[in-house]
Every structure is written in structure tokens, then in C-alpha cells.
Design a protein around this ligand. Structure first.
Ligand SMILES: Nc1ncnc2c1ncn2[C@@H]1O[C@H](COP(=O)(O)OP(=O)(O)OP(=O)(O)O)[C@@H](O)[C@H]1O
Length: 251
């Protein structure tokens, strides 16, 4: 379970995030949605301790991030940021092995190699194992970066717009794989999504942010309505039901 309490964050003298209370159940996919500039990346960065907390508390199970060592945090929470830069002359398998550093400290064991093999297969990257990152397409690199975060072996995974650059097949494959990971490995995944239909189809819970505040939270079929979407994005939508799922039409 993730518990966020009284987390407020100012930048350049301006308040950009103010979350009084947010509890996220474990072993779920939680989609963080909201318009550009709403504070989604800021919240994720605070949750991964990439930005220092200015107020409040964030806890993963019994761990308070303010008092947890980096060694323990590195095994508890993994994040893929929106703009991740890695040495381009690194092969895909080396990138994945690098993500195991919190375990092997520079001396990979058979277990580390086993996890890398597992993730190469899970994310359909076996054919790219010896390809350098700068020889991959944008979408292939994105999949490799997501696989890298999974290699870290953390219970909690935070992904900021992972569908960037992905074509229809890979976007669907990634979202399906995230859902499988919850069942197969008990992961809890918080994912920033701009496509509200992916959020509706694949998330257990939706958390909507606007101007740094949570405006609604709940299961997609309860919270995604024409009114809530209009209030969030200022866009008129129709909601249609297809095979028991809610889809929004906004063209
Ligand atoms: N380094 C910074 N200095 C000052 N303000 C910043 C900085 N980074 C972000 N902001 C501001 O903080 C607010 C929240 O930004 P954030 O990136 O968290 O939003 P977001 O919801 O992730 O947006 P997007 O969907 O466009 O990625 C925005 O108003 C943004 O302009």
C-alpha cells in the first residue's frame, strides 16, 4: 500500500502540488491522469525520492521514504521517468544487468543473469539483446527502458508516460504485460497515461490530478463520465460501452 499524506510542493515560489491524502492499494494498476502541467510527474518524482519532500509523508507499506536508506528504497521502488537518458553505447542486456546493481554491486551472479533473461523474454526483447540503445527505434528503446525498471525487482513500479513512442501493438502489449506482472509477480504499478481509453481498459484505479490537486479517484467504470472528463480536460466526450468496458470518444 502507498500512503501519501499532506504532500505539498512549491517550485519557483509557486505551489504546484498539494495532496492531502491519497492511499493506493497494492497489487493493482493505478493510472495517474490529468492535463499537461497538472503535477503528475512531480508527484511521481516525489514518490521515487527524485525530488525531496517539502512537507508531509509518503509510505510504502511500513517504509517511510524520508527515513529509508537508498539501498532499501532501490529494492522497493523503481521509476521510469518521462525523459530517461542512458549511455547509448550500452546493449539492451547490459542495460538490464545494470538495473540489477542494487543486488550485485558490480558483480552479477547467475540469479541476476536469470532475471535479465526472464525480462528480455517477458518484454519481447530477446532479438535485441546485443543491440546498442542508439541502434533501437524510439519504441524499442522505450520497451527496453520499461524492462530495465522491472529488472530492478521492486514491489512498486512508477512509470511516467511509458506509452510514448509505442505503436498500437506495443502499447497494447505493454499494458497487457503490466497487468500480467501484477498477477505473476505481485507488482503495484502507478502509471501516468494520457490516453484515457488505455486508463479505462487497463487500470484498476484512476487518480485524476488537475492544478496539483486530486479531483477524483476510483475504478474507471465509476469515475470516467462525460462530466468528470469535461471538468478535467475541458473536452466534451461521449462514453460508449464496448464488451463491458467504457471508452471515450472525443473527436
Ligand atoms: N523545474 C521546474 N521549475 C519550475 N516549475 C516547474 C519545473 N518543472 C515543472 N514545473 C511546473 O510544475 C507544474 C507541474 O509539472 P509536471 O511536470 O509535474 O506536470 P505533468 O502533469 O507531469 O505534465 P505533463 O502531462 O505535461 O507531463 C507545471 O506547471 C510546470 O510548469
Amino acid at each position: 500500500m502507498i500512503q501519501i499524506q499532506n504532500v505539498s510542493f512549491d517550485r519557483a515560489g509557486k505551489n504546484i502540488l498539494d495532496v492531502t491524502e491519497l492511499t493506493l492499494e497494492a497489487k493493482q494498476t493505478i493510472a495517474l491522469i490529468g492535463p499537461n502541467g497538472a503535477g503528475k510527474s512531480t508527484l511521481l518524482s516525489l514518490m521515487a525520492r527524485l525530488l525531496p519532500l517539502q512537507t508531509g509523508q509518503i509510505r510504502y507499506d511500513y517504509l517511510d521514504i524520508s527515513s529509508t536508506s537508498s539501498r532499501v528504497m532501490a529494492r522497493k521502488v523503481g521509476i521510469l521517468q518521462q525523459h530517461s537518458h542512458f549511455m547509448s553505447r550500452l546493449t539492451v542486456q547490459d542495460l538490464l544487468l545494470y538495473a540489477r546493481y542494487p543486488y550485485h554491486k558490480g558483480r552479477p551472479t547467475a540469479d541476476d543473469h536469470k532475471v535479465v533473461e526472464q525480462m528480455l523474454a517477458y518484454f519481447e526483447l530477446l532479438t535485441f539483446r546485443t543491440t546498442f540503445l542508439d541502434e533501437l527505434s524510439g519504441g524499442q528503446r522505450q520497451m527496453a527502458l520499461v524492462a530495465m525498471v522491472f529488472c530492478q525487482g521492486t514491489d512498486y513500479i512508477l512509470l511516467d508516460e511509458p506509452l510514448n513512442n509505442l505503436d498500437m501493438y506495443h502499447a497494447r502489449h505493454l499494458m497487457t504485460t503490466l497487468r500480467r506482472a501484477i498477477v505473476d509477480w505481485n507488482k503495484t504499478i502507478v502509471v501516468v497515461l494520457h490516453d484515457i481509453n488505455y486508463a479505462s481498459l487497463y487500470a484498476d484505479q484512476i487518480v485524476a490530478l488537475k492544478q496539483g490537486r486530486i479531483v477524483f479517484k476510483g475504478p474507471p467504470d465509476q469515475v470516467l463520465t462525460p462530466d468528470s472528463i469535461k471538468a478535467l480536460y475541458g473536452v466534451e466526450v461521449d462514453i460508449i460501452e464496448h464488451q463491458g468496458k467504457r471508452l471515450s470518444l472525443h473527436f
